[in-house]
Every structure is written in structure tokens, then in C-alpha cells.
Design a protein around this ligand. Structure first.
Ligand code: VTB
Length: 313
């Protein structure tokens, strides 16, 4: 069964409102207030929707997050049973510091069809559509993955661009890429959009790699599964986290997850820009109304659109 198409507009409204809530804190250097506003607005919208919604990826576990916590039920309790992965403010630093590329993000799938990733780090490697299945692999060397991708794209490594979070933990990968003369897109935050660059026509990114947040990895997988891209991930767990992951039912802690292991069946994905960015314009706040731009995707509905909207205040 697919997700009923009418849900897409309702989910778009949820990220639009969350983005609007967060936008009041652009440049206020207050990450917590911005995040709280996004969470409040998203939750209010969710609770207007006729669905039996359950947050499976959210702001944290019940005792650490007052709202949109993992396991929280949302919606009017009528309608389709849906699991929700949310990141009401992806890029809290960007909003706090008034920098580009912050988004309010969510993904929805049918019950039990989204990977219930713990809030830990995750290794990720992702490439776009129309490439051989399982072309690249986390266990390959950087050199091998780059050569395979260059060959499949009938080009050379110096014509490829790789996006990666600019962190000391990635020094080895970055120097391997530099040695191959690969072009870099080094981002300071926001690897959901970092991965979406791969499928965006206006951006030259060919591959995403490196370690970022687990929940963000699943959200990116939801987007890529609508675009037909590929992503492989593996959890990065310290001893404490390994215990938590086991409690969550993950038995093979070293397992590599491909896109179909993380997102099964139909999925919707919405990302509304808060500050301006490469992928969409941010919230434009006028006296009586505000304007929004949202990447809205529905896998089974084959919908892939940049949805622009105006809302009265
Ligand atoms: C990652 C990344 C996110 O924060 O979680 C990052 O996936 C935090 O990484 O997109 P560090 O602990 O190395 O700072 C984001 O960039 C933004 O939430």
C-alpha cells in the first residue's frame, strides 16, 4: 500500500510552519530557541492531520525531549498509520548564525518501514541515480570508490566532486581525495542537504562520504529513495551506544545498510528552507504573509517538486 497522496501537502505544511517558526530566530545566536520553535510549530501541524502518526526518529528519547520524542504519537488518531522521521531544524548553527542551507525536514513512511536509527554517528557513502547497483562500498578504499564512480560516469577523478563534512575525523579521506585531484565541497554542517546535492541538477556534486548523524542519514536515505539514488551506511557506536542499539533490537552492530534496508516501501520527504541556500530559497517574511520553498518528494506518486507557497500570518 502507498501513502495516500493527499498527505504530501499536509506534510509540506508541517515543514513550512516549522521553518517559519525557526526563521524568527535567524541571526539571534540562540540554537536552542530556534530548535524549540521549529519543534513546536511542527508538532502543532502534525496534530491537525488525520493520521495515526508515530515519531520513529525525532528529537531524542522521551526523558530528554519534551516534544517529538521517539515513540510520540501524533495526529488525530484517525486515518493512515504512518511512521515519521523528523528533524524540525537541520542546521541549528546556520539559523543561529544567519548562514545559508538550514532546513526543516521530515520523512513519512508506512508503519515499520523506516530504519529506527539510534541518535549516534553513522558512516555514509551516497551516489546519484542511473548508476550500477551497489557500485560503491564503505569497505572499499577511497581510491577504489572514486575510480569505480569515475569509470561508471565515463569521466576522470579530477572531474568528480565529493561533498564531505569539514571535520578533523575526515582528514584521511580528504587527503586521499586531494591526492586523486578530486574536487571537494567541504560543508560545515547539514549533511542531509549535503547528500541531496548529489541529485540536484544545479549542483556538481557526484558523491557524498564521511561520518555524520545517524538520524540525518535515514532522512537523506528517504530523499534519495525518491530520486532513485543510492546510499550505504553503518552505525558508529561507542560502548554505551552499542548497548542502546542492542536494546533497540539491532543485533548486528557492524551491519552495512543499503537504501532498501533503511527505507522500505513508499515514502514522502519534505524539506523547507529556513535561510537561503543552494537548494531552495529561505523563508521570506513580509508584513502580512510569508513565502516558503519546499523540496517535496513522494516515491510512489513520482512527485519531485520545489513547492513554493504563501501563507497569511
Ligand atoms: C552531523 C550532521 C548534521 O550536525 O550530525 C553534525 O549529520 C554534527 O556533527 O547534518 P559533529 O558532531 O561533528 O559536529 C549536522 O551538521 C547538523 O545537524
Amino acid at each position: 500500500m502507498s501513502i495516500k497522496p493527499e498527505y504530501l501537502k499536509l506534510f509540506v505544511k508541517a515543514t513550512e510552519m516549522a521553518a517559519y517558526g525557526a526563521s524568527k530566530f535567524i541571526g539571534k545566536n540562540d540554537k536552542i530557541a530556534a530548535d524549540q520553535a521549529a519543534v513546536d510549530f511542527m508538532r502543532t501541524e502534525f496534530n491537525k492531520i488525520d493520521m495515526e502518526g508515530k515519531v520513529v526518529i525525532g528529537e531524542g528519547e522521551m526523558d530528554e525531549a519534551p516534544m517529538l520524542f521517539i515513540g510520540e504519537k501524533v495526529g488525530t488518531n484517525k486515518g493512515q498509520k504512518l511512521d515519521l522521521a523528523v528533524d524540525p531544524l537541520e542546521g541549528t548553527n546556520f539559523v543561529a548564525k544567519n548562514l545559508p542551507n538550514s532546513f526543516s525536514v521530515l520523512a513519512a513512511a508506512e508503519e515499520n518501514k523506516i530504519f529506527f536509527a539510534p541518535d549516534t554517528y553513522m558512516e555514509k557513502i551516497a551516489i546519484g541515480p542511473n548508476l550500477p547497483k551497489n557500485l560503491v562500498d564503505l569497505d572499499n578504499s577511497v581510491e577504489k570508490n572514486i575510480s569505480l564512480l569515475a569509470e561508471a560516469k565515463k569521466t576522470s577523478p579530477d572531474k568528480l566532486t565529493v561533498c564531505i563534512l569539514d571535520r578533523p575525523r575526515h582528514h584521511k579521506i580528504i587527503s586521499a581525495l586531494k591526492n586523486m585531484n578530486v574536487n571537494l565541497k567541504l560543508i560545515s554542517d547539514g549533511d542531509v542537504s549535503g547528500i541531496i546535492y548529489i541529485v540536484n541538477r544545479n549542483s556538481p556534486v557526484d558523491m557524498y562520504m564521511g561520518i555524520g548523524g545517524g538520524p540525518e542519514g535515514v532522512l537523506a536515505a528517504a530523499a534519495l529513495s525518491c530520486y532513485g539514488g543510492q546510499i550505504q551506511t553503518r552505525l558508529v557506536l561507542d560502548t554505551d551506544e552499542a548497548g542502546r542499539a542492542k536494546k533497540m533490537g539491532i543485533t548486528d552492530l557492524k551491519r552495512k545498510y543499503n537504501i532498501d534496508d533503511m527505507i522500505k516501501g513508499d515514502v514522502m520527504f519534505c524539506a523547507t528552507a529556513i535561510t537561503n541556500g543552494d537548494l531552495a530559497n529561505g523563508i521570506k517574511d513580509h508584513k502580512d504573509y510569508f513565502e516558503t520553498s519546499t523540496i517535496a518528494l513522494h516515491k510512489d506518486g513520482k512527485i519531485n517538486t520545489l513547492y513554493k507557497n504563501k501563507h497569511k500570518k
